[in-house]
Design a protein. Structure first.
Ligand SMILES: [Zn+2]
Length: 311
């Protein structure tokens, strides 16, 4: 690499939030397709649900999820594997390994990005960072696994701040994808000592400049939001169903928090087209899939379905 190319790379890498951009040039072909595979609220369910869990019995398990993901990614070509948070809490695996096992397994399954749910703070910021660190030792794949959020103020928690990105941009043949994320307010959900140094801001207000930046500066064709706000939250001003009306330009919301089982994405109109809002229950019993085809920055086709993770 010559000096000029090196400096250009450095310039790209030091722009906040774009660290994860691959070395590839922006997509040049006019059309492209992408498959988004996703989970939410997996809550340390590493093994399948045992008998006596009603409709969930025998479903889930991260090994089976890995097999399904591998097959779908091989078929799909361009794909991202994403998660909407609440990876922690729910089984003895969390009590024993404090999230280290969950993140390490996510890395091994090939996740591209996740965000932070309220339960990911259950052991405080230090333990969260420790779990992230333990997963970072498995860095053998480029680009790295990203932790995304644009509405928390991490300034008072520098060890966490340096591991978080407001967004990421990834290039695939004929399609450039931007992913960002928002989290639920701490009040009543996270003990103050467990989110020490981290502030919460209005998720819609936080998303708007990021989505604008992704569209106008990064020139992405598709904007994806990982949301831990919940699908429909009547006791809050913020949820996934109301997000599209407040944040135009989002093509897909991958939701979590409310553990809502949807068979297909909910389609909502927004100022620049349509937003697909999706969420696939909890505990890793399902894997969500959304497929987008774009032509010159415009979504031409969008479909989605929930798939059971079972033997
Ligand atoms: Zn949850």
């Amino acid at each position: 690499m010559d000096r000029r190319a090196f400096l250009a790379t450095l310039g790209a890498a030091t722009t906040a939030g774009t660290l994860l951009k691959g070395a590839a040039a922006p997509a040049e072909a006019a059309s492209g397709r992408i498959t988004l595979l996703h989970t939410n609220d997996t809550h340390s369910h590493i093994e399948p649900f045992g008998p006596g869990n009603g409709a969930l019995s025998g479903k889930g398990g991260i090994a089976r999820r890995a097999t399904l993901v591998k097959r779908l990614r091989a078929e799909a070509g361009a794909s991202l594997l994403l998660d909407a948070g609440d990876t922690f809490q729910g089984t003895p695996f969390f009590n024993r390994y404090k999230g280290r096992l969950d993140y390490r397994l996510m890395r091994m399954v090939g996740y591209d990005a996740t965000t932070l749910g309220n339960h990911d703070f259950d052991n405080g910021v230090e333990m969260l960072v420790e779990a992230m660190e333990s997963m970072e030792r498995l860095q053998h794949r480029n680009p790295p696994f990203a932790f995304l959020n644009c509405n928390f103020d991490f300034k008072g928690a520098p060890s966490l701040e340096k591991r978080m990105r407001p967004f990421m941009v990834r290039d695939f043949p004929g399609i450039r994808v931007g992913v960002t994320a928002v989290g639920v307010a701490f009040a009543g959900l996270v003990a103050p000592k467990n989110h020490e140094g981290i502030g919460w801001r209005d998720p819609y207000e936080s998303l708007n400049p990021v989505v604008k930046h992704l569209r106008e500066t990064e020139k992405v064709d598709l904007v994806v939001v990982l949301s831990h706000l919940g699908y429909q939250m009547l006791d809050s001003d913020f949820d996934d169903l109301r997000l599209p009306a407040h944040v135009p330009g989002v093509d897909a919301v991958i939701g979590g928090h409310s553990h809502t089982f949807l068979d297909t994405p909910t389609r909502l109109p927004q100022a620049l087209g349509e937003t697909l809002v999706f969420q696939v229950g909890f505990g890793g019993v399902n894997l969500g899939r959304m497929d987008f085809a774009v032509h010159r920055g415009e979504v031409r086709a969008a479909t989605g379905a929930s798939m059971a993770v079972e033997g």
